[in-house]
Each structure stands twice: as C-alpha cells, then as structure tokens.
Design a protein. Structure first.
Length: 474
C-alpha cells in the first residue's frame, strides 16, 4: 500500500499533564483508554493538510487583527520546522497527545512559545479535522482522477488494435452475438468514464471550507472565512456551522464512488481471469502479473486480477462502515467521526493501487485472436443475423425467429455451424433464403451490420476510439 511509513509512538506515563484539556481532570487516563481514544497512529497522515490549514488560519487571524505580526511570523517559522521534522522522520509523535492536531500544536508551542498557543484562537479541533480531511481528500481525488484516465487510456489503446478482432458477445454467459474485442473493452471505458464524472462531482462538494464553524456554533472572533477558503483553494465555505463540523457526506459520496469503481474493476478482473483460463484461452497475461503454484508445476495464476476482484470487497465494506458510522449521530460533532479515517485511507490506497496495476496489466495483455474467433463460431452467434436477413426479405420478425430456431436445431443435430448448412437445406426451411445469405452468416458480416451508433461495427468502434482519445488527451 502507498500509505506513509508509520513512526513508532512514544508513551509517557505522566502524559496526562500534556493533554490540552487536562486542567479539569483529577485522575489520569488509563493506558487502555488512551490507546482506545487516540487517533495519531493513523491520522498523522493528515499532517500536510493540518499545517496548510493552520497557516491559512493564522494568516487570516493576523490580517483581522486577532494576533500580531510577530505571532504570525513565529507560527510560520515553527510550522515550517515541524514540516521538515515530519518529512525527515525526526518528529516524535506522542500517543498521549491523541491526534495529529494536538501533536503538531504542542510541538509548535514548544518551538515558539505563546504564538503557538494563540494559533487555536477561533478554532476547534472539530472544524480543524473536518477541514483537514476535506483538504487531504481533495488531493487524493486529483491523483485518482489521473489514475482513472490512465486506466481508460490503457483500455482505449488496446481496443484501437482490435476493432476487427471478433469474439463471442454473451448474455447469461451463453454465446449471443459476435462483437469485436475492442467493443467489449470500450464498454469498460464507458464505465470508468462515468466513474470519473462521479469523482469530479464528489470533488465539488468536498471542496468547501468548514473552518470558522469552530466547535459547532461559529465564533465570536471576526474571522474572514472567505479569505481562508481562497488561500486553501476551497470553492466556498460551509454555510451552517453545525453541519460543517458534523456531517461527513463528502466521505460517503467518495466511498460510494470508490465502491462503484472497484465493482467495475472487479468485473473486468473477472473477465480477465476467465479469458486467461484454458477453457477460454482468449488472452495471455505477462508473467510479471502471474504467480506459480507450489505444487502444480504447470500453473500460471492471474493473481493480480484475482486480487483486484477480491479487494473490491473491502472497498464496498468501507462504504457500509461509513454509512453505519454516520447513521445514528445526532448533531453535531461526535467522537464517532474519528472512525471515518481508516476506511477512507484504505479506500484511497486500495483504489489507487488497483487502478495503477490494472492499467499496467491491461497494457501487457496478449490477445489470441484465433481462439476468440473460434469461440464466436461455435455458439450460433449469427442466428440473429439470419433472422434479420429474413425480415429484410419481408418475413415478420417472429416468423423469422422461428425459422432460424429450426435451422439452429438442424445444425446442432449435425454438429455444424449455421454457415455450414447448404443453401438447399436453408431454403427447405424458408424459401425466401437466397445465395446472398452467405455474407450474412459470416462473423465479419454480422459485425459490420451492427452499425447503429454505439454498435459493434468496426466503423462505429473506431469512431468511439477516436472520441475517447480526444477526450483523454493531455
Ligand atoms: N481526532 C479527532 C477526530 O478525528 C479530532 C477532533 C476531536 N474533537 C473533539 N472534540 N474531541 O475526529
């Protein structure tokens, strides 16, 4: 996974002294409660967003005359040093300081004194964490958008070479009608294109600023929320302070997007596994995406595709987890919300890695054209073409359907394809059949005939390839 390495946490038995809210408390927190309630083990991943949010907040506080210019300078210097310490691994994360926010704030105060203590003016961890998660997620959304485009490009480029490669199209997993391999691949491009649209939509609603809502009710300091939003690149501010600190629907929407996208990946992965099996033999995968068996020497297993399929389970599970997390929460912030992070992080990591590896693997697919074509010839895939032919000769469709069913029955009994029945045999079934039927019963004839917009005819498919290439350029 691509998550950052997690530094060890230090635990200090006298730690309660360091807690930001400890003056009221007369007994220390037990180690178990400390461990149970702390989030720093995972939310330290938000540190960049946390520092960016603090810098924007501090600059606004100074511009509004709430803190002095000297304080702002100290805060900037301190946060700059903290960023360096975190990056070079020397920052000491402390469990007793609960979360990323208090860890950074405590270190800031240790470095610059009172200015560090002034930073939290007009702010609460409630609007702070909501801001951090949104900022962090926005960055991940932008990375995922690029990865989704890469996935689509890999499929489009493979498709570009196979507008004329015929395979059986299936319904009910039964051979239905011939389609091109390109057409089949482009179906997935459509799915991923819609995923990208959904993601762009999620981004708009994620990109609104909670900061300024403070604990829940807003604040009495003269904050300029619009300017903080501009500094941080938010498109607007959350308009209700209670909503701002408490709802996580942007995370739910993101998670729903990710679950749908992983389901699309999983369907593709499933087909890759099937196509690579001996029973289909439609494709081969590069060795680097397969593993062997410790007991069966002949095996080359498509593990990467299987895992992509399997990992859809956890992403779908995270969506259920987040929905359930939100469901019973009264307004406003509740500590429950701390539980949004691990599922969200794992969703991002799983989806990003899966899109990366699947795009790579698709680029390395070897297509076995002959096997695809042989399979398309087996299941009477051109039966509909024969019926359509008869309709063009004036027969009502239902009668044509029945005549062709008879033809298929005879062919089945003889163990041959429709195209192998003689003209005389066909004419005995339906006198309107003439010599020109031969062209209709070929796979390529069938493909070319489906030239409706969105159909499998090579001219249509190549037009789609061009459209996708233009859409995905740049
Ligand atoms: N670690 C907390 C979270 O992830 C930060 C907010 C804590 N706020 C509070 N009032 N305890 O939600």
């Amino acid at each position: 996974m691509s998550s950052e390495p997690q530094p060890a946490l230090s635990t200090d038995p006298l730690a309660n002294k360091q807690q930001a809210w400890s003056a009221l408390f007369s007994e220390p927190m037990s180690q178990l409660v400390q461990r149970y309630t702390a989030s720093v083990g995972f939310d330290q991943r938000l540190w960049r967003a946390d520092i960016a949010g603090s810098l924007a907040h501090a600059a606004m506080l100074q511009a509004q005359g709430v803190i002095g210019a000297g304080d702002l300078a100290d805060i900037r210097r301190g946060l700059g040093q903290i960023a360096q310490e975190i990056e070079n691994g020397s920052f000491v994360w402390k469990l007793e300081l609960e979360d990323v926010h208090l860890n950074i704030e405590a270190r800031l105060t240790a470095l610059v004194g009172d200015a560090g203590k002034r930073l939290h003016t007009g702010r609460s961890r409630n609007d702070q964490v909501a801001t951090d998660v949104r900022l962090w997620l926005r960055g991940e959304i932008d990375t995922l958008a690029l990865l989704l485009a890469g996935m689509q490009r890999a499929l489009v480029e493979l498709a570009a070479a196979h507008a004329d490669t015929v395979m059986p199209g299936y319904t009910h997993m039964q051979v239905a009608q011939p389609v091109s391999f390109a057409h089949h691949l482009l179906a997935y491009v459509e799915m991923f294109a819609r995923d990208a649209e959904r993601l762009a939509d999620v981004r708009r609603r994620t990109n609104r600023l909670p900061l300024g809502a403070a604990a829940l009710a807003g604040t009495s300091y003269p904050l300029d929320r619009e300017s903080v939003a501009r500094t941080l690149g938010f498109e607007g501010v959350c308009q209700n302070s209670l909503d701002a600190v408490s709802d996580r629907d942007f995370a739910l929407e993101f998670s729903a997007f990710a679950a749908i996208c992983m389901v699309h990946v999983s369907r593709l992965a499933e087909e890759i596994v099937l196509w690579m099996s001996q029973n289909f033999g439609f494709i081969d995968l590069a060795d680097r995406y397969c593993t062997g068996s410790s007991i069966m020497p002949q095996k080359r297993n498509p593990d990467v595709a299987e895992l992509a399929r399997g990992k859809s389970g956890r992403v779908v599970g995270h969506l259920m987890g987040l929905l359930t997390l939100m469901k019973g929460q009264p307004l406003t912030y509740n500590k429950d919300n701390q539980e949004d992070k691990e599922p969200l992080f794992d969703t991002v990591d799983t989806l990003a890695d899966t899109l990366r590896i699947m795009a790579e693997m698709v680029g390395g697919i070897t297509v076995k054209k002959e096997a695809m074509e042989r399979a398309a010839l087996k299941g009477y895939a051109t039966a509909t073409d024969l019926a359509d032919y008869l309709v063009k000769k004036g027969l009502p469709f239902r009668d044509a359907h029945e005549a062709v069913a008879h033809a298929v029955k005879i062919a089945l009994q003889r163990g041959v394809d429709l195209a192998e029945l003689s003209l005389a045999e066909l004419q005995a079934l339906q006198p309107r059949i003439e010599a020109d039927v031969a062209a209709v019963l070929t796979l390529r004839g069938s493909l070319a005939a489906r030239s409706v917009l969105g159909g499998t005819a090579p001219v249509q498919v190549l037009a789609q390839v061009a459209r996708h290439r233009a859409r995905l350029a740049g």
